[in-house]
Design a protein around this ligand. Structure first.
Ligand SMILES: Cc1cc2nc3c(=O)[nH]c(=O)nc-3n(C[C@H](O)[C@H](O)[C@H](O)COP(=O)(O)OP(=O)(O)OC[C@H]3O[C@@H](n4cnc5c(N)ncnc54)[C@H](O)[C@@H]3O)c2cc1C
Length: 381
């Protein structure tokens, strides 16, 4: 291994997911090169079944790096929030916010393709296996295998954007005991660009307009998710219909996938010359669609600080401090919604109904929730 030539790189990013690619492009826009490495072959995001609700703020950032997938994005005009078998509901409307949309729904694969199209030819290495990371006072040395060859890279800054890591002892994990079953399904009549967030005792049910379909996130306890995954299309459609109610009917469900749900928070975002961003720093419940929206703000903020102040320890400390409010606020907001709504406790149901009603008749409170969805931490004064 010591015979292998040492290659010098200013910034190495492990993980060419949407967050890692955004960071590479935001740095490149300011004249700073970085290298992305990923263990997956380049085409594999094409198999990712997720659709992401992107905030209006995320669209603005993606536009700045020419990676907004306009042709593949379905606008959200209204969001209807309600609880199953309980009173109270809130409607958030884009016209109250003078915006063309509250947010947009985009398939993960279309977002990944739009970002990848903007990368320079030498920006990434795919199908890489990281063999070793050795930190010293000034640098890190990374040994990896790529295309059958061993390579050694020395970098001043290593950025972790590997997404959710299941075995990282530095991450605090809280199990929601819920799984998200995701599917695309045709609504009748059409969706009119309305997103639905319906709270049920089993967990939240989200319907996101995507093309002519709804992308459904059907959250259930693990055993019920097993049952739903095993159903034929007719039984599955009936199960979804019974959770949603009768305001709309569904047909032609596509293939189903499932994701177990956890809250994972890494306490330290910076350690020596290493930084953690995106899902590797925090993985949230998908209930309010905050995950990538938070991750893109991580990438953006880090790029801005590095471009302004250069790569040194004070920049990294400034980055960690600057992200505290946004990540903790987003995690708290999401976690509280899941815990308050995912039960069938009578008094809580009443309080939730009153809360939804209050939200509906109180514009400042509704604005706060809407702004958190549209802008993230900028919702705070
Ligand atoms: C069901 C579901 C619905 C969701 N809905 C929304 C939503 O509506 N809105 C929203 O904003 N977010 C949503 N999210 C969250 C969103 O998917 C994530 O926040 C986002 O994908 C994180 O991007 P990332 O780049 O940090 O990680 P990832 O997308 O996981 O990418 C990580 C990359 O790192 C690579 N990698 C991993 N380990 C290594 C390694 N050891 N070496 C090299 N490369 C490695 C992987 O191959 C991958 O390419 C949802 C999540 C789920 C599960």
């Amino acid at each position: 291994m010591t015979d292998v030539v040492l290659e010098h790189i200013d910034i190495l990013i492990i993980g060419a997911g949407p967050v890692g690619m955004t960071l590479n492009l935001a740095l490149a826009a300011g004249g700073q090169k970085s290298l992305l490495v990923d263990r997956r072959p380049q085409q594999s995001p094409q198999n990712d079944p997720r659709a992401l609700a992107l905030s209006y703020g995320a669209r603005q950032l993606l536009e700045q790096i020419n990676a907004w997938p306009a042709h593949a994005a379905t606008p959200i005009a209204t969001i209807h929030i309600s609880q199953k078998d309980g009173f109270g509901r809130t409607l958030i409307d884009r016209t109250e916010h003078a915006l063309p949309a509250l947010g947009y729904v985009v398939r993960y694969r279309d977002l990944a393709t739009a970002l990848a199209a903007q990368l320079s030819a030498d920006a990434r290495l795919d199908a890489v296996e990281i063999l070793d990371i050795t930190p010293t006072e000034e640098h890190l040395t990374i040994s990896l295998r790529h295309a059958g060859a061993l390579r050694r890279l020395q970098t001043k800054l290593l950025i972790h954007a590997e997404g959710t890591q299941e075995d990282d002892p530095a991450v605090k994990v809280s199990d929601y005991h819920q799984h998200a079953v995701i599917v695309e399904i045709t609504p009748q009549p059409g969706h009119q660009n309305r997103a639905w967030e319906r709270f049920t005792p089993d967990g939240p049910l989200a319907l996101l307009p995507l093309g002519n379909e709804y992308s459904v996130v059907f959250t259930l306890p693990p055993a019920k998710a097993d049952a739903v995954m095993a159903m034929d299309d007719t039984a599955f459609t009936a199960a979804l219909q019974s959770q949603f109610g009768t305001r709309m009917s569904f047909a032609n469900p596509g293939p189903r996938s499932r994701f177990p749900l956890f809250l994972r928070m890494r306490e330290k975002l910076v350690q020596g010359n290493e930084v953690w961003i995106g899902n590797t720093a925090q993985t949230l419940h998908p209930v309010s669609g905050q995950g990538f929206n938070l991750g893109i703000r991580d990438a953006w903020q880090l790029a801005e600080i590095l471009l302004k102040n250069g790569v040194d320890h004070s920049s990294l400390a400034a980055y960690a401090a600057s992200r505290r409010l946004d990540r903790q606020g987003s995690a708290f907001f999401t976690d509280q919604i899941v815990r308050a709504f995912s039960n069938d406790f009578g008094p809580l149901k009443l309080v939730r109904g009153l809360g939804l009603l209050a939200l509906d008749i109180c514009p400042p409170a509704r604005n706060f929730v809407a702004k958190r969805m549209i802008w993230g931490a900028r919702a705070w004064p």
